[in-house]
Design a protein around this ligand. Sequence first.
Ligand code: IDP
Ligand code: MG
Length: 141
Amino acid sequence: MNNRTFAMIKPDAVRNGHMGKILDRIIEADFKILGAKLIRMTKAQAEGFYAIHRERPFFQELTTFMSSGKTMVLALEKDDAVSAWRDTIGATNPSEAADGTIRKDFATSLGENAVHGADSDENSVIEIGFFFTNNELISNQ
Ligand code: IDP
Ligand code: MG
């Protein structure tokens, strides 16, 4: 069990003014923020990050959206971080997301669903490494 996960506050949520409220949810759910930065992904970066979905019909829509504005990328720490964060964000489709989840409260559609969460320990390591170097992760406080 890994105690780290990778999260993003996606461009729709930043554009809609929800970044602060989502950071509050992260802190209230007792995640420690090891690293955070505001970036604007290039299309090529978005295509690299989501390469696993390249054969899906929504790949162009997804990577255009993810490079359309600011994204906050985050490395989070908590016991059983991957599943704890997936529970906090809710189902991919906001119409199926449970009450009290971030996607239920802030997502606008299946594609523009406010936040990202790594889906496994293995992918959380790969995804954190995609945006952070080790010395950008601060775990001693
Ligand atoms: P996840 O983000 O809950 O892990 P995935 O199935 O890994 O969901 O899909 C990655 C992202 O691709 C979703 O968060 C969403 O932004 C987008 N996406 C997934 N399915 C669709 C779709 O059918 N249409 C448009 N965008 C989609
Ligand atoms: Mg996924």
